[in-house]
Design a protein around this ligand. Structure first.
Ligand code: FAD
Length: 390
Protein backbone atom coordinates (compact mmCIF):
# COMPACT_ATOMS: atom_id res chain seq x y z
CA UNK A 1 0.00 0.00 0.00
CA UNK A 2 1.47 3.34 -1.10
CA UNK A 3 0.58 6.78 0.16
CA UNK A 4 0.45 8.05 -3.43
CA UNK A 5 0.55 6.44 -6.87
CA UNK A 6 1.57 8.92 -9.58
CA UNK A 7 0.69 7.80 -13.11
CA UNK A 8 3.00 9.48 -15.65
CA UNK A 9 6.67 10.17 -14.99
CA UNK A 10 7.56 13.32 -16.92
CA UNK A 11 7.41 17.04 -16.04
CA UNK A 12 4.36 16.86 -13.79
CA UNK A 13 4.54 13.30 -12.46
CA UNK A 14 8.26 12.86 -11.81
CA UNK A 15 8.44 16.28 -10.12
CA UNK A 16 5.43 15.49 -7.94
CA UNK A 17 6.77 12.05 -6.98
CA UNK A 18 10.13 13.61 -6.11
CA UNK A 19 8.56 16.28 -3.90
CA UNK A 20 6.27 13.80 -2.10
CA UNK A 21 9.11 11.32 -1.57
CA UNK A 22 11.35 14.09 -0.23
CA UNK A 23 8.58 14.87 2.28
CA UNK A 24 8.76 11.26 3.49
CA UNK A 25 5.71 9.78 1.73
CA UNK A 26 5.68 6.32 0.16
CA UNK A 27 5.27 6.93 -3.57
CA UNK A 28 4.98 4.72 -6.66
CA UNK A 29 5.86 6.51 -9.91
CA UNK A 30 4.34 4.57 -12.78
CA UNK A 31 4.80 5.05 -16.53
CA UNK A 32 4.22 2.92 -19.59
CA UNK A 33 7.46 4.39 -21.00
CA UNK A 34 11.01 3.71 -19.83
CA UNK A 35 13.61 6.44 -19.46
CA UNK A 36 15.42 8.10 -21.11
CA UNK A 37 12.83 8.41 -23.83
CA UNK A 38 11.44 11.18 -26.02
CA UNK A 39 7.93 12.56 -26.19
CA UNK A 40 6.09 14.93 -28.51
CA UNK A 41 7.31 18.29 -27.21
CA UNK A 42 9.75 21.05 -27.95
CA UNK A 43 11.90 22.56 -25.30
CA UNK A 44 11.38 26.09 -24.19
CA UNK A 45 11.62 26.46 -20.42
CA UNK A 46 10.91 29.99 -19.23
CA UNK A 47 12.62 31.43 -16.15
CA UNK A 48 9.70 30.45 -13.93
CA UNK A 49 10.12 26.81 -14.99
CA UNK A 50 13.89 26.96 -14.61
CA UNK A 51 13.37 28.55 -11.18
CA UNK A 52 11.49 25.44 -10.03
CA UNK A 53 14.41 23.26 -11.18
CA UNK A 54 16.78 25.57 -9.31
CA UNK A 55 14.69 25.33 -6.13
CA UNK A 56 14.71 21.53 -6.42
CA UNK A 57 18.50 21.38 -6.95
CA UNK A 58 18.19 20.23 -10.56
CA UNK A 59 19.28 23.26 -12.61
CA UNK A 60 23.02 22.61 -12.21
CA UNK A 61 22.64 18.91 -13.13
CA UNK A 62 20.64 19.98 -16.20
CA UNK A 63 23.43 22.31 -17.31
CA UNK A 64 26.00 19.57 -16.65
CA UNK A 65 24.09 17.47 -19.20
CA UNK A 66 24.85 20.04 -21.91
CA UNK A 67 21.83 22.32 -21.67
CA UNK A 68 23.14 25.84 -22.18
CA UNK A 69 21.58 28.98 -20.68
CA UNK A 70 19.80 31.27 -23.16
CA UNK A 71 20.37 34.94 -22.31
CA UNK A 72 18.67 36.70 -25.24
CA UNK A 73 15.57 35.89 -27.25
CA UNK A 74 14.54 37.56 -30.51
CA UNK A 75 10.85 38.41 -30.76
CA UNK A 76 10.13 39.21 -34.41
CA UNK A 77 6.64 40.31 -35.42
CA UNK A 78 7.52 41.28 -39.03
CA UNK A 79 8.01 45.06 -39.09
CA UNK A 80 9.61 45.08 -35.61
CA UNK A 81 12.20 42.87 -33.88
CA UNK A 82 12.79 43.05 -30.13
CA UNK A 83 15.74 41.35 -28.44
CA UNK A 84 15.93 40.73 -24.72
CA UNK A 85 14.75 38.54 -21.90
CA UNK A 86 12.26 38.81 -19.05
CA UNK A 87 13.07 39.76 -15.47
CA UNK A 88 14.62 37.04 -13.27
CA UNK A 89 12.29 34.69 -11.42
CA UNK A 90 13.42 33.20 -8.11
CA UNK A 91 16.98 34.37 -8.82
CA UNK A 92 17.05 32.66 -12.25
CA UNK A 93 17.81 35.08 -15.11
CA UNK A 94 18.25 32.64 -18.00
CA UNK A 95 15.95 30.38 -19.96
CA UNK A 96 16.80 26.84 -21.17
CA UNK A 97 15.83 24.44 -23.95
CA UNK A 98 16.47 20.90 -22.70
CA UNK A 99 15.69 17.88 -24.87
CA UNK A 100 12.94 15.88 -23.20
CA UNK A 101 15.17 12.81 -23.30
CA UNK A 102 17.50 14.71 -20.96
CA UNK A 103 15.05 16.65 -18.78
CA UNK A 104 12.59 13.82 -18.13
CA UNK A 105 15.37 11.34 -17.34
CA UNK A 106 16.85 13.84 -14.87
CA UNK A 107 13.47 14.28 -13.15
CA UNK A 108 12.85 10.52 -12.97
CA UNK A 109 16.32 9.97 -11.51
CA UNK A 110 15.71 12.69 -8.92
CA UNK A 111 12.38 11.09 -7.96
CA UNK A 112 13.97 7.65 -7.58
CA UNK A 113 16.91 9.05 -5.60
CA UNK A 114 14.43 10.81 -3.32
CA UNK A 115 12.82 7.44 -2.53
CA UNK A 116 9.96 7.12 -5.04
CA UNK A 117 9.59 3.59 -6.40
CA UNK A 118 9.76 3.73 -10.21
CA UNK A 119 7.48 1.24 -11.97
CA UNK A 120 8.27 1.80 -15.65
CA UNK A 121 7.00 -0.15 -18.62
CA UNK A 122 3.66 -0.42 -16.79
CA UNK A 123 0.42 0.58 -18.52
CA UNK A 124 -2.36 1.79 -16.24
CA UNK A 125 -5.68 0.52 -17.59
CA UNK A 126 -8.01 2.05 -14.99
CA UNK A 127 -8.52 3.00 -11.38
CA UNK A 128 -9.82 0.86 -8.52
CA UNK A 129 -12.84 2.16 -6.56
CA UNK A 130 -14.02 1.37 -3.06
CA UNK A 131 -17.11 3.03 -1.57
CA UNK A 132 -17.00 5.93 -4.04
CA UNK A 133 -13.32 6.63 -3.50
CA UNK A 134 -10.34 5.81 -5.74
CA UNK A 135 -8.04 3.43 -3.85
CA UNK A 136 -5.59 2.30 -6.52
CA UNK A 137 -4.88 1.51 -10.16
CA UNK A 138 -4.98 -1.61 -12.25
CA UNK A 139 -2.59 -2.17 -15.09
CA UNK A 140 -0.16 -4.47 -16.78
CA UNK A 141 3.44 -4.79 -17.90
CA UNK A 142 4.21 -6.13 -21.35
CA UNK A 143 3.47 -9.87 -21.50
CA UNK A 144 2.42 -10.16 -17.87
CA UNK A 145 -0.92 -10.59 -16.12
CA UNK A 146 -2.81 -7.61 -14.72
CA UNK A 147 -1.68 -6.12 -11.40
CA UNK A 148 -3.42 -3.90 -8.87
CA UNK A 149 -1.49 -1.25 -6.93
CA UNK A 150 -3.18 0.45 -3.97
CA UNK A 151 -2.70 3.89 -2.45
CA UNK A 152 -4.45 6.55 -0.41
CA UNK A 153 -4.24 8.97 -3.36
CA UNK A 154 -3.91 8.31 -7.10
CA UNK A 155 -2.61 11.14 -9.28
CA UNK A 156 -3.02 11.20 -13.04
CA UNK A 157 0.00 13.01 -14.45
CA UNK A 158 -0.55 11.01 -17.61
CA UNK A 159 -0.89 13.76 -20.15
CA UNK A 160 -3.63 15.09 -22.43
CA UNK A 161 -5.28 11.70 -23.00
CA UNK A 162 -5.17 10.84 -19.31
CA UNK A 163 -6.46 7.37 -18.42
CA UNK A 164 -7.01 8.54 -14.83
CA UNK A 165 -9.14 11.47 -16.05
CA UNK A 166 -11.20 9.13 -18.19
CA UNK A 167 -11.60 6.53 -15.43
CA UNK A 168 -12.67 9.11 -12.86
CA UNK A 169 -15.02 10.90 -15.27
CA UNK A 170 -13.16 14.23 -14.90
CA UNK A 171 -15.12 16.83 -16.87
CA UNK A 172 -13.63 19.56 -19.07
CA UNK A 173 -14.33 23.27 -18.60
CA UNK A 174 -13.12 26.50 -20.24
CA UNK A 175 -12.72 24.38 -23.36
CA UNK A 176 -11.60 25.83 -26.73
CA UNK A 177 -10.96 23.79 -29.86
CA UNK A 178 -7.47 23.30 -31.27
CA UNK A 179 -6.18 26.43 -33.01
CA UNK A 180 -2.96 25.22 -34.63
CA UNK A 181 -1.20 22.27 -36.15
CA UNK A 182 2.58 22.11 -35.72
CA UNK A 183 5.63 20.43 -37.24
CA UNK A 184 9.20 20.47 -35.96
CA UNK A 185 12.59 18.87 -36.47
CA UNK A 186 16.27 19.25 -35.51
CA UNK A 187 19.27 20.64 -37.40
CA UNK A 188 23.00 20.54 -36.72
CA UNK A 189 25.28 23.42 -37.73
CA UNK A 190 22.84 26.23 -36.84
CA UNK A 191 24.09 27.26 -33.42
CA UNK A 192 24.48 30.86 -34.65
CA UNK A 193 20.71 31.22 -35.01
CA UNK A 194 20.09 31.61 -31.27
CA UNK A 195 16.59 31.51 -29.82
CA UNK A 196 13.81 33.29 -31.66
CA UNK A 197 10.08 33.68 -32.09
CA UNK A 198 8.80 34.85 -35.50
CA UNK A 199 5.10 35.71 -35.81
CA UNK A 200 3.55 36.14 -39.26
CA UNK A 201 -0.11 36.09 -40.29
CA UNK A 202 -1.17 32.40 -40.18
CA UNK A 203 2.34 31.22 -39.24
CA UNK A 204 4.48 31.01 -36.14
CA UNK A 205 8.12 29.95 -36.40
CA UNK A 206 10.07 29.12 -33.25
CA UNK A 207 13.80 28.40 -33.15
CA UNK A 208 15.44 26.90 -30.07
CA UNK A 209 19.02 25.70 -29.51
CA UNK A 210 18.90 22.44 -27.55
CA UNK A 211 21.22 19.66 -26.38
CA UNK A 212 23.92 18.05 -28.56
CA UNK A 213 24.44 21.28 -30.56
CA UNK A 214 21.09 20.74 -32.26
CA UNK A 215 18.62 23.48 -33.14
CA UNK A 216 14.92 22.74 -33.00
CA UNK A 217 12.79 24.57 -35.58
CA UNK A 218 9.02 24.53 -35.07
CA UNK A 219 6.34 25.89 -37.40
CA UNK A 220 2.65 26.34 -36.53
CA UNK A 221 -0.18 26.74 -39.05
CA UNK A 222 -3.89 27.41 -38.47
CA UNK A 223 -5.62 24.19 -37.47
CA UNK A 224 -8.18 24.44 -40.23
CA UNK A 225 -5.57 24.25 -43.03
CA UNK A 226 -3.28 21.71 -41.42
CA UNK A 227 -4.55 18.72 -43.38
CA UNK A 228 -3.12 20.32 -46.53
CA UNK A 229 0.22 20.94 -44.78
CA UNK A 230 0.48 17.25 -43.88
CA UNK A 231 0.28 16.35 -47.59
CA UNK A 232 3.55 18.11 -48.35
CA UNK A 233 5.36 18.68 -45.09
CA UNK A 234 8.84 19.54 -46.30
CA UNK A 235 7.71 22.08 -48.93
CA UNK A 236 5.22 23.71 -46.53
CA UNK A 237 7.84 23.89 -43.79
CA UNK A 238 10.39 25.58 -46.03
CA UNK A 239 7.77 27.96 -47.45
CA UNK A 240 7.12 29.09 -43.87
CA UNK A 241 10.86 29.67 -43.29
CA UNK A 242 10.88 31.84 -46.43
CA UNK A 243 8.64 34.33 -44.61
CA UNK A 244 11.56 35.36 -42.38
CA UNK A 245 14.29 37.21 -44.32
CA UNK A 246 17.51 35.19 -44.45
CA UNK A 247 16.17 32.21 -42.50
CA UNK A 248 15.89 29.70 -45.34
CA UNK A 249 19.48 30.48 -46.42
CA UNK A 250 20.71 30.07 -42.85
CA UNK A 251 18.88 26.77 -42.40
CA UNK A 252 20.24 25.50 -45.74
CA UNK A 253 23.75 25.82 -44.29
CA UNK A 254 22.89 23.24 -41.62
CA UNK A 255 21.91 19.59 -41.78
CA UNK A 256 18.54 18.18 -40.75
CA UNK A 257 19.27 15.32 -38.35
CA UNK A 258 15.82 13.90 -37.60
CA UNK A 259 12.54 13.30 -39.36
CA UNK A 260 9.78 15.89 -39.14
CA UNK A 261 7.23 15.23 -36.39
CA UNK A 262 4.00 17.07 -35.76
CA UNK A 263 0.48 17.09 -34.43
CA UNK A 264 -2.76 19.01 -34.56
CA UNK A 265 -4.17 17.27 -31.50
CA UNK A 266 -3.84 20.44 -29.44
CA UNK A 267 -7.10 21.22 -27.64
CA UNK A 268 -7.27 23.95 -25.03
CA UNK A 269 -9.01 22.94 -21.81
CA UNK A 270 -9.12 22.57 -18.07
CA UNK A 271 -10.41 19.41 -16.38
CA UNK A 272 -11.90 18.95 -12.96
CA UNK A 273 -8.71 17.82 -11.30
CA UNK A 274 -9.70 16.53 -7.89
CA UNK A 275 -12.13 14.02 -6.46
CA UNK A 276 -12.30 11.44 -3.68
CA UNK A 277 -8.88 9.76 -3.60
CA UNK A 278 -7.66 11.21 -6.90
CA UNK A 279 -6.16 14.28 -8.55
CA UNK A 280 -4.77 15.35 -11.94
CA UNK A 281 -1.50 17.23 -12.55
CA UNK A 282 0.15 18.78 -15.61
CA UNK A 283 -1.43 18.32 -19.05
CA UNK A 284 -3.90 15.78 -17.65
CA UNK A 285 -5.63 18.60 -15.78
CA UNK A 286 -4.93 21.58 -18.05
CA UNK A 287 -3.79 21.48 -21.66
CA UNK A 288 -3.13 24.33 -24.07
CA UNK A 289 -1.58 25.10 -27.41
CA UNK A 290 2.26 24.93 -27.27
CA UNK A 291 2.74 28.25 -29.10
CA UNK A 292 3.69 30.07 -25.87
CA UNK A 293 5.89 27.20 -24.56
CA UNK A 294 4.31 27.20 -21.11
CA UNK A 295 3.30 23.54 -20.64
CA UNK A 296 6.42 22.33 -18.82
CA UNK A 297 6.65 25.38 -16.56
CA UNK A 298 2.96 25.00 -15.69
CA UNK A 299 3.42 21.26 -15.10
CA UNK A 300 6.17 22.02 -12.55
CA UNK A 301 3.96 24.60 -10.85
CA UNK A 302 1.00 22.22 -10.65
CA UNK A 303 3.26 19.47 -9.24
CA UNK A 304 4.46 21.81 -6.52
CA UNK A 305 0.94 22.96 -5.59
CA UNK A 306 -0.36 19.39 -5.57
CA UNK A 307 2.55 18.06 -3.50
CA UNK A 308 1.75 20.66 -0.87
CA UNK A 309 -1.98 19.82 -0.86
CA UNK A 310 -1.49 16.04 -0.73
CA UNK A 311 1.19 16.44 1.94
CA UNK A 312 -1.15 18.49 4.15
CA UNK A 313 -3.85 15.85 3.77
CA UNK A 314 -1.59 12.86 4.36
CA UNK A 315 -0.12 14.20 7.60
CA UNK A 316 -3.58 15.20 8.88
CA UNK A 317 -2.85 18.92 8.89
CA UNK A 318 -6.24 19.41 7.20
CA UNK A 319 -8.89 17.23 5.52
CA UNK A 320 -7.50 16.04 2.21
CA UNK A 321 -10.65 16.92 0.23
CA UNK A 322 -10.35 20.61 1.17
CA UNK A 323 -6.61 20.64 0.47
CA UNK A 324 -7.20 19.13 -3.00
CA UNK A 325 -9.98 21.62 -3.85
CA UNK A 326 -7.62 24.45 -2.95
CA UNK A 327 -5.06 22.93 -5.29
CA UNK A 328 -7.43 23.13 -8.25
CA UNK A 329 -8.38 26.74 -7.46
CA UNK A 330 -4.75 27.80 -7.08
CA UNK A 331 -3.74 26.01 -10.29
CA UNK A 332 -6.51 27.74 -12.24
CA UNK A 333 -5.59 31.16 -10.85
CA UNK A 334 -1.90 30.62 -11.57
CA UNK A 335 -2.48 29.59 -15.20
CA UNK A 336 -5.29 32.02 -16.12
CA UNK A 337 -3.06 34.73 -17.62
CA UNK A 338 -0.99 32.25 -19.60
CA UNK A 339 -4.13 30.55 -20.89
CA UNK A 340 -5.56 33.84 -22.18
CA UNK A 341 -2.24 34.78 -23.78
CA UNK A 342 -1.92 31.35 -25.38
CA UNK A 343 -5.44 31.43 -26.84
CA UNK A 344 -4.64 34.82 -28.34
CA UNK A 345 -1.17 33.87 -29.67
CA UNK A 346 -2.42 30.63 -31.20
CA UNK A 347 -4.91 32.55 -33.37
CA UNK A 348 -1.85 33.39 -35.54
CA UNK A 349 -3.63 36.66 -36.29
CA UNK A 350 -2.05 39.53 -38.27
CA UNK A 351 -0.36 42.26 -36.23
CA UNK A 352 -2.81 45.07 -35.48
CA UNK A 353 -1.71 48.70 -36.15
CA UNK A 354 -2.04 49.40 -32.42
CA UNK A 355 0.27 46.52 -31.42
CA UNK A 356 2.73 47.43 -34.16
CA UNK A 357 2.89 50.99 -32.80
CA UNK A 358 3.39 49.60 -29.31
CA UNK A 359 6.28 47.33 -30.37
CA UNK A 360 7.88 50.14 -32.39
CA UNK A 361 7.76 52.43 -29.37
CA UNK A 362 9.17 49.64 -27.15
CA UNK A 363 12.14 48.96 -29.44
CA UNK A 364 14.43 51.50 -27.76
CA UNK A 365 13.12 50.98 -24.22
CA UNK A 366 14.94 48.03 -22.60
CA UNK A 367 12.71 48.09 -19.53
CA UNK A 368 9.54 47.74 -21.63
CA UNK A 369 11.20 44.95 -23.63
CA UNK A 370 11.98 43.17 -20.36
CA UNK A 371 8.34 43.42 -19.34
CA UNK A 372 7.17 42.18 -22.77
CA UNK A 373 9.32 39.06 -22.34
CA UNK A 374 8.08 38.70 -18.76
CA UNK A 375 4.48 38.68 -20.04
CA UNK A 376 5.24 36.30 -22.94
CA UNK A 377 6.90 33.91 -20.47
CA UNK A 378 4.00 34.03 -18.08
CA UNK A 379 5.86 35.52 -15.14
CA UNK A 380 4.17 38.95 -15.41
CA UNK A 381 0.45 39.59 -15.97
CA UNK A 382 -0.54 41.26 -19.23
CA UNK A 383 -1.71 44.28 -17.21
CA UNK A 384 2.00 45.11 -16.76
CA UNK A 385 2.01 46.38 -20.35
CA UNK A 386 -1.24 48.31 -20.46
CA UNK A 387 0.26 51.55 -19.23
CA UNK A 388 2.89 51.21 -21.99
CA UNK A 389 0.08 51.17 -24.58
CA UNK A 390 -0.29 47.42 -25.38
C1 FAD B 1 4.54 19.97 -30.28
C2 FAD B 1 4.62 20.40 -28.84
C3 FAD B 1 5.58 21.33 -28.47
C4 FAD B 1 5.67 21.74 -27.14
N1 FAD B 1 6.61 22.66 -26.79
C5 FAD B 1 6.71 23.07 -25.51
C6 FAD B 1 7.70 24.02 -25.12
O1 FAD B 1 8.51 24.51 -25.92
N2 FAD B 1 7.74 24.39 -23.81
C7 FAD B 1 6.85 23.89 -22.89
O2 FAD B 1 6.93 24.26 -21.71
N3 FAD B 1 5.91 22.99 -23.23
C8 FAD B 1 5.82 22.56 -24.51
N4 FAD B 1 4.86 21.65 -24.86
C9 FAD B 1 3.94 21.17 -23.82
C10 FAD B 1 4.60 20.12 -22.94
O3 FAD B 1 5.11 19.09 -23.74
C11 FAD B 1 3.60 19.55 -21.94
O4 FAD B 1 2.88 20.59 -21.33
C12 FAD B 1 4.30 18.72 -20.89
O5 FAD B 1 4.94 17.62 -21.48
C13 FAD B 1 3.30 18.20 -19.87
O6 FAD B 1 3.95 17.31 -19.00
P1 FAD B 1 3.13 16.17 -18.27
O7 FAD B 1 4.10 15.53 -17.33
O8 FAD B 1 1.88 16.73 -17.70
O9 FAD B 1 2.65 15.15 -19.38
P2 FAD B 1 3.44 14.33 -20.48
O10 FAD B 1 4.75 14.94 -20.81
O11 FAD B 1 2.45 14.12 -21.59
O12 FAD B 1 3.73 12.92 -19.78
C14 FAD B 1 2.71 11.99 -19.53
C15 FAD B 1 3.34 10.64 -19.22
O13 FAD B 1 2.26 9.76 -18.85
C16 FAD B 1 2.52 8.49 -19.39
N5 FAD B 1 1.23 7.78 -19.53
C17 FAD B 1 0.16 8.19 -20.25
N6 FAD B 1 -0.83 7.31 -20.13
C18 FAD B 1 -0.37 6.30 -19.33
C19 FAD B 1 -0.94 5.09 -18.85
N7 FAD B 1 -2.19 4.73 -19.15
N8 FAD B 1 -0.20 4.28 -18.06
C20 FAD B 1 1.09 4.64 -17.74
N9 FAD B 1 1.67 5.78 -18.17
C21 FAD B 1 0.94 6.60 -18.94
C22 FAD B 1 3.18 8.75 -20.73
O14 FAD B 1 3.95 7.63 -21.15
C23 FAD B 1 4.03 9.98 -20.41
O15 FAD B 1 5.35 9.60 -20.06
C24 FAD B 1 4.76 21.21 -26.17
C25 FAD B 1 3.80 20.26 -26.55
C26 FAD B 1 3.73 19.87 -27.86
C27 FAD B 1 2.69 18.85 -28.25
Amino acid sequence: MYDVIVVGARCAGASLAMLLARAGHRVALVDRASFPSDTMSTHFLWQRGAARLQAWGLLDPLQERGCVPIRTITFDVGPVRLCGIGPPVGGVSDTYCPRRTVLDALLVKAAAESGAELVDGFVVDGVVWSEGCVVGVEGHSRGSAGTTLRARVVVGADGLHSTVARATGARSYQEHPALTGVIYSYWSGLSGLGASFHARPDRLILIWPTNDDLTCIYVAWPHKGFRQVRKNVEAEFHAALDLVPGLSEAVASGQREQRFVGTDDLPNLYRTSVGPGWALAGDAGHHKDPSTGMGMSDAFASAELLAEAIGEGLVGQRPIDGALSDYQNKRDALTANGYALTLSTAQLAPLTPRLEAFYRAAADQPEVIRRIFGVIGGSLPIGELLEDGA
